[in-house]
Ligand binder design. Structure first.
Ligand code: HEM
Length: 358
């Protein structure tokens, strides 16, 4: 016992008892503090989750604001929904009324549905471009949590991804039910197109070169073509057919350079009027116009093999120049003319495939 303890009248036993009590109290306090901290951390992680969800939806909302939800966009959304329903009904009709039995009938129906959906998917892509929805879901891919809700509200980018999923599932079903050149090529092209789809988001965000956008567009036409040729000429090896179809080659080049034009101008940027190309965006559109003229020249040269495709291509050149002006006037949302230009490109492609050379 030391002097201070002695003067305080404490014995060694008192000292030890006090020390034990202090330790016990400290433990109780520490446990209380620990449980408070745990509760605090738990509530913080919930609020962080809420915050991240909010910021995700805030990101979605603020980026979605880039594309204006007008009555036109809603009406276009309804037309697209009608086309998707039409594609499913047409397939059902083909499967149930065809002469082939069982699996063959189902495959025939699925082919028809897939061709129409692949076309609708390309059109949806152009509506995304035309109304400034390219980054409405940010660079997240392939889905956001509320993608179906966004689609029902009319976001074309959400619809583009949901329809792409449907196209992928049908491609898989066709590859399993009827493995062959068209179905296996179609499935492979769907997968690669989807991967390049991630790239297009980064092109629009300015991180990846326009080449990726052009390739995505070209591959999307590859998907459309594989199922269209599979439907029109069953059993024909797809790649040999594509190689032999000279009329399609300049068209596919124009499609690729069209996608490059979109990617090169950047998200919401004009190309700018020019006499002599100065910037890369000018050179890209100039190359696209040259490719377009070579489409007209090739189809004209091959006359009278593809009359409808030729006249459509001539009209498309005029539409292209109107689009060029629209893009410069309203770079954020040039509007329905983008979809019209794309629709014409799809019609030219279809007219080439379906007109049997005489
Ligand atoms: C046979 C002729 C043509 C075909 C097949 C064709 C096809 C295409 C395609 C597939 C696209 C991509 C659209 C998209 O990304 O959604 C595109 C874009 C474009 N095309 Fe053409 N095109 C043709 C002629 C022309 C012509 C003559 C011009 C005149 C300048 C033109 C101007 C444009 C422009 C400015 C874009 C970019 C649109 C945007 O950034 O939103 N096209 N074209």
């Amino acid at each position: 016992m030391n002097k201070a303890e002695e003067s305080a009248g404490l014995s060694t036993g008192d000292y030890l008892a006090g020390w034990q009590r202090g330790k016990a109290e400290w433990c109780v306090d520490a446990n209380r503090w620990k449980s408070t901290l745990m509760k605090e951390m738990a509530s913080r992680s919930v609020s962080e989750q809420k915050n991240s969800a909010l910021s995700a939806s805030a990101g979605t909302t603020s980026l979605a604001a880039e594309g204006e939800m007008t009555r036109t966009v809603r009406v276009i959304g309804l037309v697209m929904a009608g086309l998707v329903a039409g594609a499913l009904l047409a397939g059902l009709w083909k499967a149930s009324t065809g002469v082939q039995p069982g699996t063959a009938a189902l495959v025939g129906g699925l082919f028809l549905t897939e061709v129409i959906l692949a076309g609708v998917l390309i059109l949806l892509g152009s509506i995304v471009e035309g109304y400034g929805y390219g980054l409405s879901l940010g660079t997240r891919w392939p889905y956001t949590r509320n993608i179906v809700v966004l689609m029902v509200r009319g976001d074309p980018e959400a619809a583009h991804r949901v329809v792409a999923t449907l196209v992928g599932l049908i491609a898989l079903a066709l590859a399993i039910l009827a493995p062959g050149s068209a179905t296996l090529s179609g499935l492979a092209l769907v997968v690669i197109t989807a991967l390049f789809g991630i790239g297009t988001l980064h092109v629009l965000a300015g991180r990846v070169p326009a080449f990726v956008h052009g390739t995505h567009g070209l591959l999307a036409y590859g998907v459309f073509l594989s199922y269209l040729t599979g439907l029109a000429f069953p059993g024909i090896p797809f790649w040999s057919y594509l190689g032999a179809m000279a009329a399609l080659h300049p068209l596919l080049l124009a499609v690729f350079l069209g996608g490059m034009t979109t990617g090169q101008r950047g998200f919401g940027q004009p190309i700018g009027a020019f006499y002599r190309p100065q910037r890369l965006a000018h050179w890209t559109v100039a190359a696209h116009v040259l490719a377009a003229l070579s489409v007209v020249a090739t189809l004209g040269w091959l006359m009278p093999a593809y009359p409808l495709a030729f006249y459509l291509a001539v009209a498309q050149v005029a539409v292209g120049f109107l689009l060029f002006h629209a893009v410069n006037l309203k770079p954020k949302n040039p509007g329905i003319i983008v979809a019209f230009h794309q629709c014409m490109a799809l019609l030219i492609t279809t007219a080439i495939i379906l007109s049997l050379p005489r």
